[in-house]
Design a protein around this ligand. Structure first.
Ligand code: ADP
Ligand code: MG
Length: 292
């Protein structure tokens, strides 16, 4: 290979949509052995679509959707956008929400039309003491397809669940193969539930899955692996990835993601797809060969 200085690498990187903020990060990337990747918005498009509305007995599906979509108007989460859009597509009329509250990594809650509504994952329902057993088999079937299910509680009782699907980016599968070829162990770190995460990881041949993580826990995973002696790169797009991006030997942000993710990372991928990581690894290895 052609010897390459950091400056040349930085220029070539920029040309290929790999922005190197910190030259040392690129050098370090040549020697890391572990790549942690966020799921939503990194492996996947990050534009989920509402696919299923499953109402408990005696409850109308559109009424259920109206309650949760009204609540989600107050949230900026991609899951919230999917639900609000899905309601609009189905012609469901929204009301007004009060006492809106977002619980990081778990869901949202508030009052809609005089009723207390909560929407979120199993952990959120457990916190509220709401039993999800009546719909859990149906939810698990959808999760095994890689969909994300969000349970709905109305006035403290389970009212059903909604599910969304977030397609894997067209470039992800090939990039994962190439990264494996470049000697990286690949670990998915996600706030989503384990069943959904594993369904997607299996399709992509990802080596390991850590699911149900809160933002601090993604950061703790980076620490844990580094403490075991691994060289760790982290790729992510979200506010919830910022601690892990900042703590990794190399943080790689999707340029399509949150500003705080980009600010926390040494390398930014303009197009926000994993092929940029393959290019960065190639550049890094070419650079290090020249330095040594
Ligand atoms: P990620 O973006 O990696 O999936 P988050 O930490 O943002 O992780 O969310 C974790 C889980 O919490 C989601 O999969 C979902 O089940 C639940 N959740 C978070 N925010 C919302 C929301 N606005 N509406 C419904 N569920 C939510
Ligand atoms: Mg994300």
């Amino acid at each position: 290979a052609t010897p390459m200085s950091i400056m040349t690498a930085t220029g070539r990187g920029a040309h290929a949509g790999v922005l190197i903020k910190e030259a040392a990060a690129l050098e370090r990337f040549a020697s890391v052995d572990t790549l942690i990747v966020d799921k939503t918005g990194t492996l996947t498009e990050g534009r989920p679509k509402l696919t299923d509305v499953v109402a408990a007995e005696g409850i109308d599906g559109n009424d259920l959707l109206a309650l949760v979509a009204t609540l989600e108007k107050g949230s900026e989460h991609p899951l919230a956008e999917a639900i609000v859009e899905g309601a609009a597509e189905r012609g469901v009329k929204l009301a007004d929400a009060a006492d809106f509250e977002a619980i990081t990594g778990k869901g949202v809650a508030g009052t809609v039309s005089g009723r207390k509504v909560a929407l979120g994952n199993a952990a959120m329902m457990a916190d509220l003491g709401v039993d999800t057993a009546t719909v859990s088999a149906e939810a698990e079937t959808l999760q095994a397809e890689g969909k994300t299910a969000m349970f709905v509680a109305v006035d403290g009782k389970l009212a059903g669940f909604v599910a969304v699907a977030d397609p894997v980016k067209a470039t992800t599968a090939v990039a994962i193969k190439a990264l494996h070829g470049k000697g990286l162990r690949i670990i998915m770190a996600t706030g989503d539930n384990e069943r959904t995460a594993k369904a997607i990881a299996r399709r992509l041949g990802i080596d390991e899955v850590r699911a149900g993580l809160l933002p601090d826990e993604k950061g703790a995973l980076v620490e844990e692996l580094r403490a075991k002696g691994a060289g760790v790169a982290m790729a992510g797009d979200g506010v919830n990835d910022a601690p892990a991006l900042a703590g990794a030997d190399v943080g790689i942000a999707m340029g399509t993601g949150a500003d705080v993710a980009v600010e926390s990372a040494g390398i930014t991928l303009v197009k926000g797809d994993l092929n940029g990581i393959v290019r960065a690894r190639t550049l890094a290895q070419a650079t290090i060969r020249n330095i040594r």
